[in-house]
Design a protein around this ligand. Sequence first.
Ligand SMILES: Nc1ncnc2c1ncn2[C@@H]1O[C@H](COP(=O)(O)OP(=O)(O)OP(=O)(O)O)[C@@H](O)[C@H]1O
Ligand SMILES: O=C(O)C1=C[C@@H](O)[C@@H](O)[C@H](O)C1
Ligand SMILES: [Mg+2]
Length: 169
Amino acid sequence: MSDRALLVLIGAPGAGKTRTGKRLSKLLGAPLIDTDSTVVSGHGPIAKIFEEHGEPHFRALERAAVAAALREPAIVTLGGGAVLDAETQADLEGLPVVQLTVRPDAVEKRIANGKRPLVSSGIDAWAALVASRQPIYDRLSQLTIDTSDVPLDSVAVRIADWLETRRHD
Ligand SMILES: Nc1ncnc2c1ncn2[C@@H]1O[C@H](COP(=O)(O)OP(=O)(O)OP(=O)(O)O)[C@@H](O)[C@H]1O
Ligand SMILES: O=C(O)C1=C[C@@H](O)[C@@H](O)[C@H](O)C1
Ligand SMILES: [Mg+2]
């Protein structure tokens, strides 16, 4: 049987997928693949890709990164919009998928760095984007954790505990 991801984190931009994934990687001693980082390593900053080549081009690069990552025995943290891809949705079936959420008031500061082109105009754009995707995040995940008021380490421990329970089911 080929390798598959150990855990996948999905959810809204700024919910904490990448940071939580890093903590979990340390906690579990497992490798981490962040698909945004894979795209950036190969093709440069995301904002520049959007500006120069458009969103469809970014999504194609992202899909390739996601497909490869999900075949590795690693913790995989996806970009916020990666789950829009139908093939990615199919690939996630049967994998442990955790959704991170965050309230608008808590995310506002987190996304203020201008690195996320789809939400750089502010919190209203973020809220509209997340509302349109929420049914997909909900359908694909088996556990949801709101990170608004929970320290990173606690989020990571909760996910590690859940994974452990799942192993014994
Ligand atoms: N539990 C938390 N408590 C406080 N701040 C957090 C928490 N999780 C993440 N953050 C902060 O929020 C910001 C965004 O986190 P991160 O990059 O992990 O989000 P993301 O979900 O990966 O976003 P994207 O979808 O854009 O990749 C970072 O500055 C990070 O420090
Ligand atoms: O929510 C989104 O569509 C995105 C989130 C980021 O992780 C990046 O993948 C990119 O900025 C697009
Ligand atoms: Mg991220």
